[in-house]
Write a protein that binds this ligand. Structure first.
Ligand SMILES: *Cc1c(COP(=O)(O)O)cnc(C)c1O
Length: 355
């Protein structure tokens, strides 16, 4: 606290990202990074971009990247917005599309950045409890008209990994025609059907995705949103009142090449999906309850062992996972799906601890 701080800064509770430890030997299964490297074509495109051209500003609209995303989904570039990580895209969306002077809705257990953006932009919210089995109950989000400011949720949800089926997403959209519904699909490539296919039918839908997870580019900071051109213009208006060049030349080149490399994308995500199913089976055989995951992590609890104790024991073996302390989920561990070798180190360590 300082007398120089504005009142809003004094009231903020900033988001706490998962730890990025300095020690490189750790088995790092705490922040849902992809264990496989980015597309070699993306790396080559970025290397190519490093030169005299860096004295010039990048394309303010990141046109090649918007085109690549639009092409992949059969859309027009006017239906695509890009930003410095999907976190930035989400932040702009709170300001541009969710702030209507009425509380927005999101699940009680969800991405913990949402309440942070809500406080930054002074948007009220109501946390809607997930069902007992940690799934989203669409009925709880229906019939509230303009008494709510909008709806946002991740699909698959984080940190549960649970997927809401596309027909249920559509029921939620159809039940809220006068408010924007944001579907945060950070993990959709690991096991669900994207709502991008619903964008043409539902002008109130904004789908947000990231290159951080399924494209292995967390370090590059690129995310995007897809929706009706009117929603995209709102985001552009905020972006152009904030930073004209959120993506640098290297990011535009690398992200464009990554979006165009289907072979690498399919190979790496299929490897993660295969490892996830092995990891879930192994954990179940150790007595864990594992929520069904459509993401690149699993969310699991052991009926007889305290989650904080398990996390500490893993850390003793150089393995880090994420443990959240909020009430309904404080007995769960969120474990990123690593390589089979990393997952094996995790299950070996747990087996030793449980014995
Ligand atoms: C990882 C994650 C993001 C943020 O991704 P970046 O593009 O790296 O900013 C957004 N939403 C959810 C639910 C995530 O898990």
């Amino acid at each position: 606290m300082s007398k120089f701080w504005s009142p809003i800064v004094s009231r903020l509770t900033p988001y706490t990202p998962g730890e990025q430890p300095k020690i490189s030997k750790l088995v790092k299964l705490n922040t849902n990074e992809n264990p496989y490297g980015p597309s070699p074509k993306a790396i080559a495109a970025m290397a190519q971009e490093i030169g005299d051209n860096l004295r010039l500003y990048p394309n303010p609209d990141a046109e090649p990247l918007k085109l690549a995303i639009a092409k992949r989904h059969g859309l027009s570039p006017s239906q695509v917005f890009v930003g410095n990580g999907s976190d930035e895209v989400l932040a702009h969306a709170f300001q541009a599309l969710l702030k209507h002077g009425a509380p927005i809705l999101f699940p009680d257990i969800t991405y913990s950045f949402y309440p942070t953006y809500a406080s930054l932009y002074e948007v009220e919210y109501r946390a809607v409890p997930l069902a007992e089995d940690f799934t989203i109950r669409v009925d709880d989000y229906l019939g509230q008209g303009e008494a709510i400011g909008g709806i946002i949720f991740p699909n698959p949800n984080a940190p549960t990994g649970c997927l809401l089926a596309l027909d249920e997403v559509e029921r939620l959209l159809a039940g809220n025609p006068d408010r924007v519904v944001i579907v945060d699909e950070a993990y959709i490539d690991f096991g669900g059907d994207s709502a991008i296919d619903l964008v043409t039918r539902h002008p109130n839908l904004l789908v947000v995705q990231t290159l951080s997870k399924s494209r292995s580019l967390a370090g590059l900071r690129v995310g995007f949103a897809v929706g009706h051109a009117d929603l995209i213009s709102a985001l552009e208006r905020v972006k152009n009142s904030f930073n004209s060049y959120p993506l640098d030349r290297i990011a535009i080149a690398g992200a464009t090449a990554a979006m165009e490399d289907d072979a690498h994308f399919d190979r790496t995500r299929n490897a993660v999906i295969a490892s996830r199913s092995k990891l879930a089976d192994e954990l179940a055989s150790l007595g864990f309850e594992v929520l069904p995951s459509a993401a690149n992590f699993v969310f699991a609890r052991h009926p007889q062992h305290d989650a904080a104790g398990l996390a500490a024991s893993l850390r003793g073996d150089g393995i880090i996972v994420r443990h959240f302390t909020s009430a309904r989920i404080n007995q769960f561990l969120r474990i990123t799906v690593g390589t089979d070798e990393a997952c094996g180190a995790l299950t070996d360590s747990l087996r030793k601890h449980l014995a």
